[in-house]
Ligand binder design. Structure first.
Ligand code: NAP
Length: 246
């Protein structure tokens, strides 16, 4: 499905980003994995290369810092040739009720989740415009649409990603570039492993499919959106949530 495509995936060192890297490589893509945690990322990229036979490079970059992203993009283009697929996946939470939320918790989540998506897209889209082709897939969240007590910063950052995606989709549709967002529900990763047993049980009670999603449930939708099968889909939000939000 993605033979000889080149994908730049942020937050690829673990969780959903790692599953996306393996899924796209299994479909034939070469991978530039980007993360702040270089040691974990290197291990993942080596394992990926061994199991799929695709090229995989590990690059340390903080998506919230434009200079760091620009350097990562240059290194990718130098090593792999170009970037066909951008997956804006890196994201963090700093949960708190609004009255207790400090400026640092607000700023950091907006900087990494929303400004990070802007930084990577801006640094990569010029090359896509030149190639008259590209796929931008950004990981938003169910809470962008539903809201969530204790996550005003995170929900705002993810809702921002959806508005950003729709604007980019309109700006670049006639250059052969599509931009879509995926809004996962609750997925089994480090991010959700931090939830207490009771919170987890309450969550599962709200999911018609009675389970959290797997990272692969999200990765398979990324693979579809990156493929030729999705060439007429742009500006959309794909929900992957076991029916939790309809
Ligand atoms: P995760 O397990 O915490 O993994 C995120 C990865 O991104 C980590 O390797 C992390 O590095 C890296 N990262 C953090 N800040 C970064 C930065 N500034 N620059 C580059 N990399 C950075 O998260 P996940 O659960 O896989 O989530 C992936 C994406 O899906 C996020 O955008 C998240 O908001 C979204 N999402 C997740 C869920 C869910 O239920 N898990 C639901 C909806 C949406 P460190 O290990 O050093 O922190």
């Amino acid at each position: 499905m993605l033979k000889n495509k080149i994908a730049f995936i942020t937050g690829a060192g673990r969780g959903i980003g790692k599953a996306i890297a393996f899924t796209l490589a299994s479909a034939g893509a070469d991978i530039a994995g980007v993360d702040v945690n270089l040691e974990e990322l290197k291990t993942v990229m080596e394992e990926l290369s061994k199991t799929t036979g695709r090229k995989a490079i590990a690059i340390h970059a903080d998506v919230g810092d434009y200079g760091s992203v620009e350097t990562a993009v240059e290194e990718t283009v130098k090593t792999l040739g170009r970037i066909d697929i951008l997956v804006n996946n890196a994201g963090i939470t700093r949960d708190n009720l609004l009255l207790r939320m400090n400026n640092e918790e607000w700023d950091k989540v907006i900087r990494i989740n929303l400004t990070g998506t802007f930084n990577c897209t801006k640094a990569i889209i010029r090359g896509m415009v030149k190639n008259r082709s590209g796929r931008i897939i950004s990981i938003a969240s169910i809470v962008a649409e539903m809201g969530n007590a204790g996550q005003a910063n995170y929900a705002a950052s993810k809702a921002g990603i959806i508005g950003f995606t729709k604007s980019i989709a309109r700006e670049y549709a006639n250059r052969g570039i599509t931009a879509n967002a995926i809004a996962p529900g609750f997925i089994e990763t480090e991010m959700t492993r931090a939830l207490s047993g009771e919170v987890r049980k309450n969550l599962i009670d709200q999911i018609p499919m009675s389970r959290l999603g797997t990272p692969e449930d999200v990765a398979n939708v990324v693979k579809f959106l990156a493929s030729d099968d999705a060439s007429y889909i742009t500006g959309q939000v794909m929900h992957v949530n076991g029916g939790m939000y309809m």
